[in-house]
Design a protein around this ligand. Structure first.
Ligand code: ASP
Length: 357
């Protein structure tokens, strides 16, 4: 009897405590932000705080949220682990899982924004991919860090705080996917990683910053370039894989057989990281022309960090059946081409995509 009474009391206390913690977690005056964690250095750890060596993707999302003081004053924050990999191991499989989850969450009335934590190595590619396939105008923000969570002056917690502040702001709607790192807001179209180790690595050389953020207070400067979000014609509904597209980096006396090998390996597209304005030596161009004649779509991009690759400049794209990447670097050209090749398109149509996305 006494036992029963004690048991009932314990149950009551548990119910009351969970009601209190639920009402704290679900403050109805705050927006609801879901953090989808994929891994990266922001979730990395090392044996000491001052060593260069560390392992990406070690720390779980709940630990990352707990490390950010004040984050729950910005929004009702919940976390989900999508993957826990260094972004060098980001894959199409994870992309599709992530993008489907983002679309699912954003279709709900009780989700106002999404933050994605991600390694910095391929963050620009994931951000650009999501920019093209997310079917919502609600804020989607990716972030990460250059220093692992165990480092002296790890910048991950502040980056995550800033990312949540922006994802929680309805005024961040309609900007497509944003990359928030080191107090700066970048568009998925414009951003690129420019330094291997510095915390000031992300820059938007062609279009400049989309905005700035200081301890969560933020301001937008300009609307991102290109088509994205609800206006994008790309969809991953029912998609389970993406066509193979290879990037071939060129230089002095580059071997043309790299193109032949790609063709043989079954690539449906090839992106040339050309010299200068998307140039390549005669042998490589010849191999590209041959690949194009066999139905492989060849895009001329560049290894130069800024500037356009112009159609029919030094290389005659009409004659060689090649596409000029316009202002997309090789890695983003690859993302766009992978999506473009999901359906049959003429070369003219694909060239238009490079002018508009
Ligand atoms: N290799 C790491 C990654 O991309 C680097 C980083 O996150 O900064 O996951």
């Amino acid at each position: 009897m006494l036992r029963n009474k004690i048991f009932r009391k314990i149950i009551m206390i548990v119910v009351i405590l969970s009601a209190i913690s639920y009402s704290k977690a679900q403050n109805k005056d705050l927006p609801n932000v879901v953090i989808l964690a994929t891994g990266g250095t922001i979730a990395g750890s090392a044996a000491t705080g001052t060593q260069a060596g560390y392992t990406s993707g070690q720390v779980g999302i709940e630990t990352m949220i707990a490390a950010v003081p004040g984050i729950t004053d910005l929004a009702n924050v919940t976390g989900e682990q999508i993957s826990n990999v260094g972004s060098q191991d980001m894959s199409v499989e994870i992309w599709l899982k992530l993008a489907n989850r983002v679309n699912e969450l954003l279709s709900r009335d009780d989700v106002d924004g999404i933050v994605i934590t991600h390694g910095t190595d391929t963050q620009e590619e994931t951000a650009f991919f999501l920019n093209l396939v997310v079917k919502s105008n609600k804020p989607v923000v990716t972030t990460g860090s250059m220093r692992p969570s165990t480092a002296v002056s790890a910048e991950g917690p502040l980056n995550l705080y800033n990312a949540v502040a922006i994802a929680a702001d309805s005024k961040a709607s309609g900007y497509g996917v944003l990359v928030v790192m080191n107090d700066q807001i970048h568009s998925a179209h414009g951003v690129t990683k420019t330094n291997t180790t510095s915390v000031q690595t992300f820059m938007s050389p062609m279009h400049g910053l989309t905005g700035a953020v200081i301890y969560g207070k933020h301001e937008f400067y300009s609307k991102p370039h290109g088509i994205f979000g609800l206006e994008s014609e790309f969809s991953i509904e029912g998609v389970t894989s993406l066509p193979r597209v290879d990037i071939i980096y060129t230089g002095v006396d580059s071997p043309a057989d790299l193109v032949d090998m790609s063709l043989k390996a079954g690539a449906k597209g090839i992106v040339i990281a050309g010299v200068g304005n998307g140039n390549m030596n005669a042998a490589t161009l010849n191999a590209c022309k041959n690949a194009a004649e066999q139905g492989v779509v060849v895009v001329r991009s560049t290894r130069v960090p800024t500037g356009y690759v112009l159609r029919n400049a030094e290389i005659n794209d009409d004659e060689n059946k090649t596409i000029a990447s316009d202002e997309l670097n090789a890695q983003k050209s690859r993302v766009l081409l992978m999506l473009a090749l999901l359906k049959d398109r003429s070369l003219e149509d694909i060239q238009k995509l490079f002018y508009t996305y």
